[in-house]
Design a protein around this ligand. Structure first.
Ligand code: NAD
Length: 277
């Protein structure tokens, strides 16, 4: 679809990948609603972008809260009219603790932002895109962690949340067949962002801000060392929207691990225990 002149909302747009996507969309001529839980930071980011003659609107959103998503959408439609592109991108990490030791509040946090955030986006942004009949696109930020569980990282809760994002995206693609609204599951490898400090603005109803200096430092170092510039992810998203790419990988991917997982599943598809349908 043509991006210029269309309106997009990007959640988690104050930092990292969301900021990269918002920048690329604005550069491609879209009106961009930059939505983030960090009000001051997203306002500063929008100020920098709009200074280059871009049409951007910063709004505060907490994607874990349905009413907040509804309010952000209303603000977007008041300012720009129709919504065409929704990037459900806000997300938080959950690494470094084995499954049996992850506290219930941490499960609620990672599922609240990474899964419910996308569900709320689907429930409210998608009908807003469909109601005017013009072309549109939904981008859900999953991860390479949506396609395999990486040994040694103790990132089971994060990976689980991203498998859920991938599954939601696949189901959404099926449901939108026959419409002019495309779907992309964005699957980045390491990107140099602030993800390691993801618990910095943990909502109070999900346990409040919590710092885990050791786990954060390990992850921050890995992302800084191996991660690519989030602006490249923005370019990847523009390409995926224009070419209707569903699985949009970008940066380093553990291709052998993904293939081995698929081969293992395939090997079990035709045993004496199964039939086909
Ligand atoms: N950085 C990576 O290597 C990487 C790789 C694959 C996928 N991802 C995914 O990319 C997405 C963006 O992460 P990032 O790496 O840019 O991290 P980041 O921390 O730099 O940016 C995340 C943004 O989301 C916002 N946010 C957090 N909770 C929110 C909430 N409840 N409501 C609204 N906004 C909220 C934060 O304030 C922040 O601005 C996440 O879904 C993450 O899981 C990141």
């Amino acid at each position: 679809m043509e991006i210029s002149g269309k309106t997009a909302i990007v959640t988690g747009a104050a930092s990292g990948i969301g900021l990269g996507i918002a920048t690329a969309l604005a550069e491609a001529g879209a009106n961009v609603v930059m939505a983030d839980i960090e009000k001051d930071t997203v306002e500063q980011a929008a100020h920098l972008l709009s200074g280059t003659n871009k049409q951007v609107l910063p709004v505060r959103i907490d994607v874990t809260q349905e009413q907040s998503v509804i309010a952000a959408l209303a603000e977007a439609e008041r300012r720009f009219g129709k919504l065409h592109i929704a990037c459900n991108n806000a997300g938080v990490p959950m690494h470094g603790t084995r499954l049996v030791d992850v506290p219930v509040a941490d499960w609620a946090f990672v599922i609240g932002v990474n899964v419910w955030g996308v569900i709320h986006g689907i429930r409210h942004f998608v009908p807003a895109i469909l109601k005017h009949g013009e072309a549109g696109h939904v981008v859900n930020t999953a991860s390479v962690a949506a396609t395999q569980n990486r040994r040694g990282t103790d990132q089971g809760p994060y990976s689980m949340s991203k498998y859920a994002v991938l599954s939601l995206s696949e189901a959404l693609e099926h449901e939108l067949e026959g419409t002019n609204v495309g779907v992309t599951a964005l699957c980045p490898g390491p990107i140099a962002t602030n993800l390691a400090q993801g618990a910095r603005h943990r909502p109070d109803h999900l346990g409040g801000p919590q710092l885990q200096p050791t786990a954060e430092a390990v992850m921050a170092e890995r992302l800084a060392r191996t991660g690519i510039d989030p602006r490249l992810v923005g370019e990847r998203v523009i390409d995926a929207i224009r070419n209707k790419t569903f699985y949009a990988f970008v940066s380093a991917v553990p291709a052998d691990v993904i293939r081995a997982r698929h081969r293992r599943i395939e090997a079990e598809l035709e045993t004496r225990w199964t039939t086909t349908y």
